[in-house]
Design a protein around this ligand. Structure first.
Ligand code: PMP
Length: 311
């Protein structure tokens, strides 16, 4: 437990011991809610606007009306950060349907619960970046878009948790899920990229993925760097035959993959070992760091108005 974490619940910052949510909260009872995870660098929330826009989108896809405007959410976020003892922090904004009688009807809950957590950031170890991670293709498939659209970053993460359990059993750091058609989709909390014949490939939104903010940043960087980029439908064999692979997420940034393990139930099961971190991955890792650095500099230079205090 991070005792120095900052917590904002509904309308104010509260001490950890007083941060309590009802057992009748539908977020707890049914996983009815949405959230965002952000990374804070030197007191600046990276891509805050983009994360708040995605939160709004997730909420609208489950017809949940956010209880705060973007400006009010920014104020709450910075108040929480001030209450937290860290400048480099992990930040999570959670909105659940709120407290209400038992039953699925959202109208049973008049007031959504709004919760911000800012705490110690535990970034992956340096080995991840220097040596790469092991990625295992899971038997658990990514949710069908027509059932629970992966674009909804919801409080119901069982699909990804099942895949994570498989990855751990396979001795891997992260699982990669295929969609119902057998095409590559995404990791449990990350997006996948790989390199084939010099081109940078990644599953497109039509594959049923969460459009990662890091993914979008990497795609924009790669295009700027004149790389050939293809978003589309790819198979496990495409990945096993690639020359480089990496995953992306807000917390982990760009992490090279050093070993790929094919899904145990598939006939073409295989292991692909990469030798060292590939050149394209290295270039994108370096560029991402620069991107973060300039974002932090520009946000600081723009002053508090961009943070929502003086609007
Ligand atoms: N896919 C899933 C399912 C995730 O939970 C995450 C983490 N938010 C990602 C991809 C990566 O998204 P981002 O780059 O916005 O963190």
């Amino acid at each position: 437990m991070d005792e120095s974490a900052g917590i904002y619940l509904n309308d104010r910052v509260v001490p950890l011991a007083q941060a309590r949510v009802s057992v009748l909260d539908h977020g707890f009872l049914y996983g009815d809610g949405v959230y965002e995870t952000m990374r804070v660098y030197g007191g600046v929330v990276f891509m805050m606007e983009e994360h708040l826009a995605r939160l709004e989108n997730s909420a609208s896809l489950i017809e949940l009306r956010l209880p705060k405007s973007p400006r009010q959410m920014k104020l709450a976020i910075y108040e929480t950060l001030e209450a937290c003892g860290h400048k480099d922090a992990y930040l999570r904004v959670t909105v659940s349907r709120g407290e209400g009688p038992i039953g699925l009807d959202p109208e049973l809950c008049p007031r959504p619960t709004f919760f911000v957590y800012a705490g110690r950031l535990t970034p992956p170890s340096r080995d991840y970046y220097e040596e790469g991670i092991t990625l295992a293709v899971a038997n658990t498939r990514r949710n069908l878009r027509e059932a629970l659209d992966p674009q909804i970053k919801s409080l119901n993460f069982l699909n990804n948790i099942r895949a994570k359990i498989e990855a751990k059993k396979a001795g891997a750091h992260e699982a990669l899920m295929l969609n119902h058609r057998g095409h590559l989709a995404e990791g449990t909390t990350s997006n996948i990229f790989f390199v084939s014949e010099g081109a940078l490939l990644t599953p497109g939104p039509e594959c049923g993925i969460l459009r990662g903010i890091t993914r979008d940043t990497v795609l924009a960087m790669a295009r700027r760097m004149d790389m050939k980029v293809v978003e589309g439908e790819f198979t496990e064999e495409d990945l096993l035959g690639s020359s480089e692979a990496f995953i992306t997420s807000t917390i982990m940034e760009v992490v090279p993959v050093s070993r790929l393990i094919g899904a145990p139930s598939h006939t073409h099961t295989g292991i692909r070992d990469f030798h060292g971190v590939g050149d394209i991955t290295k270039a994108l890792m370096a560029e991402y760091r620069k991107e973060v650095f300039s974002y932090v500099q520009n946000t600081r230079a723009a002053g508090p108005s961009i943070w929502g205090f003086t609007e």
